[in-house]
Design a protein around this ligand. Structure first.
Ligand code: NAD
Length: 272
């Protein structure tokens, strides 16, 4: 029960990584407010968790009035706000010349402006109650390029820097801010992303994911529940001296050099 007595707000908490983090936070004793655009989905999640542990608030992280409503709902529910997990995000495929202006701006507003607004509204509450922990969910795509994802990778790189800026400016207020950079995790987002590429190259999503995994040190994508532990650590006092840190949780993807992946792929295909 490492989060006993804490109140957390998780954006995009109705599915994927956000849902797994919410379940884990509740299991660790926290009161959690989950937010997202799909009210029904959020309510279904809340129904499965112990009564009184979860509040839901539907809304869009790219809309200022919704952001205020999410923070207000959390403070009303838990009496304070100790932990903010900026998890909501989208991925749009398309190189710079192919991506529409609308999709570029939409990605920016959800992946980067959303967390900015959430922090802007949440931080004064954290200061009031003597501190807090902010956990931003970026991606290895914020550290290295992914093909045809200028908007996704640029916003995630921006989120990594925004995390460090928040850590710098609010450390004096006992607010810690860290960023998690996951690699491949099996969720709706990866289904959609890899499904789209799989279709282009005539491969089923699962087979395509398996093929990519062969170049990863752990040879697999993560299960959503593997993101719960790291967020619990960052939310809890176990990480009390950690702020501004980038935690790469990617089965080793980011340590593999492209030449190294090319060599191991060629050796594997040759069956040596
Ligand atoms: P997901 O699609 O299941 O989760 C994204 C959540 O964000 C959904 O619940 C969705 O409803 C919500 N969301 C989207 N736009 C929103 C908006 N405007 N307002 C409020 N909520 C909104 O996918 P996921 O993989 O669980 O993604 C969670 C986070 O993890 C994202 O930020 C994503 O970029 C990041 N991430 C995922 C992977 C991966 O492999 N799955 C890897 C690296 C980073």
């Amino acid at each position: 029960m490492r989060l006993e007595g804490k109140t957390a707000l998780i954006t995009g908490g109705g599915s994927g990584i956000g849902l797994a983090v919410a379940e884990r936070f509740v299991a660790e004793g926290a009161k959690v407010c989950i937010t997202g655009r799909r009210k029904e989905m959020l309510e279904k999640v809340a129904d499965k968790l112990p009564k009184g542990t979860v509040e839901v608030c539907s809304g869009d992280v790219s809309k200022e009035e919704d952001v205020k409503a999410m923070v207000d709902a959390t403070v009303k529910f838990g009496g304070k706000l100790d932990v903010l997990v900026n998890n909501a995000g989208i991925s749009m495929i398309g190189s710079i010349t192919d991506l529409s202006m609308d999709n570029w701006l939409k990605t920016l507003s959800i992946n980067l402006t959303g967390p900015f607004m959430m922090m802007k509204v949440a931080i004064p509450h954290m200061i009031k109650s003597g501190g807090g922990s902010i956990i931003n969910i970026a991606s290895v795509g914020g550290l290295r390029c992914l093909p045809e994802r200028p908007a996704y990778c640029s916003t995630k790189a921006g989120l990594i820097m925004l995390t460090k800026q928040a850590a710098m400016d609010y450390g004096k207020d006992k607010i810690r801010c860290n960023v998690v950079c996951p690699g491949g995790v099996k969720t709706e987002m990866t289904e959609a992303d890899f499904g789209q590429i799989g279709k282009m190259i005539g491969m089923e999503t699962d087979a395509f994911v398996k093929e990519i995994s062969l170049e990863m040190p752990l040879r697999r994508f993560a299960d959503i529940h593997e993101m719960g532990g790291i967020c619990t650590f960052l939310a809890s006092d176990d990480s009390s001296f950690m702020t501004g840190a980038e935690l790469v949780i990617d089965g080793g993807t980011a340590i593999v050099d492209v030449v190294g992946a090319g060599i191991s792929g060629a050796v594997r295909r040759a069956g040596v």
